[in-house]
Design a binder for this molecule. Sequence first.
Ligand SMILES: [Ca+2]
Length: 203
Amino acid sequence: MKLSNQGWNISTLNENNVAIFRVKLKLMKIFKLRLINAITFSILTSLCSIASGQKSKINTDDILVKANIWETKEHGAGDFFPKLTIDNDISGKSSWRGERIDGIKPWIQYDLKSPIEISQICIAFYNGDQRNYYFDISISDDEKNWNSIFNGKSKGVSLDYENFDINKKARYIRVTGNGNTHEIYFNWTNITEVLLYKIGGSK
Ligand SMILES: [Ca+2]
């Protein structure tokens, strides 16, 4: 391939050059897509922080995550670990999915290891722009006595985070799913990412 006055001269390409050119083009597209995803996630994180005033993100390394239903025969083992909700990846493939089975509601729980003044929980849902998710948010210090913070549904208009104020001290935060408005997959609760903030601090 040569650069002439009229631009790239495609006629000089042989089969090997065409193959290499296509591979390079594909790699450039992948790199571009990943760069866009990284920038989008950074912007969303900042917006979530700004929206709720002074707060400090809780380090995900300090959070233990577990869930009562996170794996099914339908999807196979290992696809939708609870920890995928705190991996800084808001894409649909990196999500936790819990199914309501025989009336048993799926839940996912975040353990901060010790009681912390929690400012807010921000939740992003899989296909959150196409369906409403029904769920409640509860907090606890001992995993036995729970205090309900929110009971309702997501707005169903965005893949981005929805913010829910807590402003209470707690060690455990639990999100319990009660299905969604999808015609077929209405028993599922699918969360792509969660951000937890404590009150005060700069970071
Ligand atoms: Ca994720």
